[in-house]
Design a protein around this ligand. Structure first.
Ligand SMILES: CC(C)(COP(=O)(O)OP(=O)(O)OC[C@H]1O[C@@H](n2cnc3c(N)ncnc32)[C@H](O)[C@@H]1OP(=O)(O)O)[C@@H](O)C(=O)NCCC(=O)NCCS
Length: 151
């Protein structure tokens, strides 16, 4: 059974392994190191024994009820087991508990498996932005409204 828990400060190597296996050009080591420190309250990692499986990083915009999915990745050997969905669900629950009203994300138009997952989780496409991350780096912006948390 995988364990899904919040990111901890010493998760750097776990996160780096997932990032390296999941993205051709992912986040810098510096940013990965900062993830648990800055976003640990709304970000999760999945572990099987000592092996990291996947993670989701999410954050609230400062002074806003809007949040972002910063990253979602599952190592290739652990894909299509429901981990991506489970991690995303945990991140969304934490964001709702932290007061987020809407959640945004950007995804490559070519990343059909991620788009399918996000649509299944209730995200809808807002717009497509050409050159979002520089020349040739188009992105689709997706959004999901979160239900208000009852106290
Ligand atoms: C996108 C990603 C996180 C999905 O993780 P996963 O653990 O394989 O996803 P799940 O097993 O939870 O699948 C959930 C849903 O995602 C979609 N999906 C996942 N893999 C898919 C595939 N190979 N083809 C089509 N749809 C797929 C399906 O809708 C699936 O639902 P279903 O099982 O009911 O059909 C994973 O493929 C990944 O890490 N990719 C590389 C990093 C990346 O692109 N991250 C997103 C950046 S925006």
């Amino acid at each position: 059974m995988p364990l899904i828990r919040k990111l901890e400060h010493d998760d750097f190597k776990n996160l780096l392994t997932i990032e390296t296996e999941s993205f051709a050009s992912g986040y810098s080591p510096y940013f990965i190191k900062m993830m648990p420190i800055l976003f640990g309250n709304t970000s999760y990692i999945s572990l099987k024994g000592h092996s990291s499986q996947g993670y989701v990083a999410t954050a609230l915009e400062q002074g806003s009820c809007r949040a972002w999915i910063l990253s979602l990745a599952v190592r290739p050997k652990y894909r299509q087991l429901g981990l991506g969905k489970a991690l995303l669900e945990m991140g969304l629950q934490a964001l709702a508990a932290a007061g987020a009203g809407e959640v945004m994300l950007s995804v490559s138009p070519e990343n059909q498996r991620a788009i399918a997952l996000y649509e299944k989780m209730g995200f809808s496409i807002c717009r497509k932005v050409s050159d979002y991350f520089g020349p040739g780096e188009d992105r689709i912006i997706m959004k999901k409204n979160l239900p208000e948390e009852k106290n």
